[in-house]
Design a protein around this ligand. Structure first.
Ligand SMILES: [Zn+2]
Length: 77
C-alpha cells in the first residue's frame, strides 16, 4: 500500500493531487473529510489523542492517518 502511494507520486490516474484516501482501505469508513482537521490538530496534540477526539476508533482507520503522515514526512525530507 505504501509502495503504491509512492509510485503514483501522490496523484490519482486523472492527474489530480491525491490528498488522502476518502475511505479506509480495510473497513470502508469514510475518513477523507477528517484529514485536514487531523493535520492541523496534530501540531498541538498527539496523533492518538486527535484520532480519539475525531471519533476514529478502529485501528484500521487510525492506521490510514498514521501511515499517511509518515509518507508526507518522507516527501518533505
Ligand atoms: Zn477502517
Amino acid at each position: 500500500m505504501v509502495v503504491e502511494e509512492r509510485e503514483r507520486g501522490g496523484r490519482n490516474p486523472t492527474g489530480e493531487l491525491t490528498v488522502f484516501p476518502v475511505r479506509c482501505f480495510t473497513c470502508g469508513k469514510v475518513i477523507g473529510h477528517y484529514w485536514e482537521k487531523y493535520r492541523d490538530m496534530i501540531r498541538e496534540d498527539s496523533p492518538e489523542k486527535v484520532l480519539d477526539s475525531l471519533g476514529i476508533e478502529r485501528y484500521c482507520c487510525r492506521r490510514m492517518f498514521l501511515t499517511h503522515k509518515e509518507i508526507m514526512e518522507e516527501i518533505i525530507d
